[in-house]
Design a protein around this ligand. Structure first.
Ligand SMILES: NC(=O)N[C@@H](O)C(=O)O
Length: 284
């Protein structure tokens, strides 16, 4: 099942894609794709609906119908760094002995096709296609073997990053990761049954039609069940938390010479079975 949120920023309604990829309005069934609506029993209830009987929404998603972030009211936006050995190498860093964990502020969250704004003073705004994991059932000290029962679904994330703010300005990476618009999420929240093998999903990213990232979740160092279990030793996870699991090689910082985003450029990125995003780059 592909769940989504559609409408103007801040006023999104819940929806679901039907068999013909048209949007059906879920407002009469759930208030939002958020919080307790992501619990396993709630998702199961949605999966039991006759989708074709729900009201049809006018417009083609991602064309004349705006799609918002596929999860509302996200509590924590947790990211994993250096989770692909070849990306760690292009960043001039070693694969860490334990996952690198950092945050994106929730004010960074935007829809999959909303503009990405280069922050004031930035010279080094960069891209990162990543597999997103959305928590359905919360918990602490989750066993790795049980971790997938805590997952509501998967989505595409662009972990937009300002490298000078992140690496050259002291302190944690967070300054360069959480600027406004640096967290496009969606278009769809795809339930695990529809994704199947999440350890073998192709992922890609292009800027103005030039392909920079071409990877697969196959080469992740720390896999999804381990990451959920690992994170839950340091914090309780809650319904609607989002984990961005790291990027494969091909970021701008890793090009020779490095390449960074400029106003007017367009990023397109996607992951097998999870859909694609398109963002115009503008200036704050
Ligand atoms: N270098 C860097 O910022 N990396 C990451 O965010 C990552 O590995 O996903």
């Amino acid at each position: 099942m592909k769940l989504l949120r559609f409408g103007a920023p801040g006023q999104e309604k819940p929806g679901v894609l039907d068999a013909d990829n048209r949007v059906r309005d879920l407002s009469s069934v759930v208030a939002d794709i958020a919080g307790d609506a992501l619990l396993p029993e709630s998702i199961q209830r949605l999966q039991g609906l006759d989708v074709a009987s729900l009201p049809l929404v006018e417009g083609a998603p991602q064309q004349d119908l705006r799609v918002g972030p596929c999860v509302g009211n996200i509590g924590k936006f947790i990211c994993i760094g250096l989770n692909y050995a070849d990306h760690a190498a292009e960043s001039g860093m070693d694969v860490p002995p334990e996952p690198v964990v950092f945050n994106k502020w929730t004010s960074a969250i935007v829809g999959p096709d909303d503009d990405v704004k280069i922050p004031r003073g930035s010279q080094k705004t960069d891209w990162e296609v990543e597999l997103g994991v959305v928590i359905g059932k919360g918990g602490a000290y989750i066993e790795e073997a049980d971790a997938m029962s805590h997952v509501a679904g998967f989505c595409v994330i662009n972990d937009v990053s300002e490298r000078e703010f992140q690496i050259e300005r002291s302190g944690s990476w967070d300054k360069g990761k959480g600027c406004d618009t640096f967290g496009p999420i969606g278009p769809w929240l795809v339930t695990p049954d529809e994704v199947g093998d999440f350890d073998d999903l192709g992922m890609w990213l292009e800027v103005d039609g030039k392909r920079y990232q071409n990877g697969s979740t196959k080469t992740m160092v720390y896999r999804v069940p381990f990451l959920i279990s690992y994170l839950s030793r340091f914090m309780s996870l809650q319904p609607g938390d989002v984990i961005s699991t790291g990027t494969p090689p091909g970021v701008g910082m890793g090009q020779k010479p490095p390449v960074y985003l400029k106003g007017g450029e367009v990023m397109t990125l996607g992951i097998d079975k999870l859909g694609s995003q398109t963002q115009k780059v503008t200036k704050a």
